[in-house]
Design a protein around this ligand. Structure first.
Ligand code: SAH
Ligand code: SF4
Length: 366
């Protein structure tokens, strides 16, 4: 397989082109074609010399994702299933935010995957079920976003009152790294991808608009805290005691709460900003008021806000979401302890937006 073009930084591309005797401005020109214009092929880059275009096409793959399936949901999220060059499948969710019911979405969040499958095997998660296949390259992470931008501009996306008309202004405002895979287990490619997503010559999305979610890899949380770019961090806590957490998240045996919380404190100290605890509410497992109190204590300790997510049922798994009034009462309990808590209104349940579910279903069907 050829190397993928979108794994290159501007500096890497510049030195490659220089070694090929190209003028210095070419690298910028190429990046503009690749990102600002989301060019379909090297051949479409009409102001580049033909021999250069040919060399590029022989040396690199410009795109790494091919759209296999697109699923609309009544709650307006849109799920894309991509086939990679080695036939593996990954998925990306587009979450539009509409200012009102009738107007078009003016903000778009994209939820990207970082691995094919996941090795961490959380007991409630579809991505963990099928096991781990491989890490995504930086280019494969970037392409998930760029391909949606291209579709939005050229074909149009049928969401949130939008009629599916091409929108030459279509852009992505926020990135959440919460799709399939454990991002911090693919650290090098993740950081490279985020650098490209953030770069002015790349997708130009501000670091503060990018949130990385982790199941709790304590050492990598510390490394992330020391990065130059100021991403937001979300930690999938899901339980405030080792007893309950180890039941549903095997990673907790490697990095128990004491290590994880210490890493979160370090992050807060270095970054001076709040992080988010993600907390899936699962009936009779982690939804008691006693656990709400313990969760509040941890959140206060690391200065975290809490994002409560009612569990999304996964076929073949025994867990259920608590009744809505139970979820509301749990949130109320956190607020009583002075913790900033939100109960996430569910997006994409009917198209299986919980990570990994669409891929799992497609692989089973085939
Ligand atoms: N591996 C990372 C990021 C991907 S998972 C992590 O675990 O944080 C993104 C989020 O989706 C995590 O908070 C995860 O716990 C949550 N999630 C997984 N399966 C879910 C389900 N069935 N219902 C609701 N949330 C789920
Ligand atoms: Fe992997 Fe995150 Fe799913 Fe756990 S919740 S199995 S870490 S993708």
């Amino acid at each position: 397989m050829k190397p993928d073009f979108k794994s290159l930084t501007l500096a890497e591309l510049s030195s490659l082109l220089k070694a090929n005797g190209q003028p210095a401005y070419r690298a910028g020109q190429l990046m503009q074609w690749a990102y600002e214009r989301a060019a379909e092929s090297f051949d479409a880059m009409s102001n580049l010399p033909a021999p250069l275009r040919q060399w590029l096409a022989e040396t690199f793959d410009l795109w790494t994702v091919r759209e296999l399936r697109e699923q609309h949901s009544t709650d307006t999220t849109e799920k894309f299933l991509w086939q990679l060059r080695d036939q593996q499948l990954v998925e990306t969710v587009l979450i539009p935010a509409t200012p009102g019911l009738t107007s078009r979405a003016d903000r778009h969040t994209v939820c990207v995957s970082t691995q094919v499958g996941c090795a961490y095997g959380c007991r409630f998660c579809a991505s963990g079920l099928a096991g781990f296949r491989r890490n995504l390259t930086a280019g494969e992470i970037v392409d998930q976003i760029l391909a949606i931008i291209r579709i939005g501009r050229t074909a149009g996306i049928r969401v949130a009152g939008e009629t599916g008309q091409p929108d030459s202004d279509f852009r992505i405002n926020n990135i959440v790294v919460m799709g399939m895979g454990e991002p911090l287990a693919n650290y090098t490619n993740l950081i490279k991808a985020l650098r490209i997503i953030n770069a002015p010559w790349g997708l130009g999305i501000g670091a503060r608009k990018i949130t990385v979610s982790t199941s709790g890899l304590a050492p990598q949380i510390r490394t992330l805290a020391d990065e130059a770019m100021q991403f937001r961090l979300a930690v999938s806590l899901h339980a405030p005691t080792d007893e309950v957490r180890s039941k549903i998240m095997p990673v907790n045996r490697k990095y128990p709460l004491q290590d994880l919380i210490a890493a979160c404190e370090y992050y807060g100290r270095v970054r001076g900003r709040m992080l988010t605890f993600e907390y899936i509410l699962i009936e009779d497992l982690n939804d008691s008021f006693e656990l709400a109190g313990k969760l509040a204590a941890l959140a206060r300790q690391v200065h975290a806000k809490v994002n409560l997510i009612p569990y999304n049922t996964v076929e073949g798994l025994p867990w259920r979401r608590p009744p809505t009034n139970r979820c509301l009462a749990f949130a109320q309990q956190l607020k009583k302890h002075g913790i900033l808590a939100t109960l996430r209104v569910d997006k994409g349940t009917d198209i299986a937006a919980a990570c990994g579910q669409l891929r799992l279903r497609t692989e089973r069907d085939n």
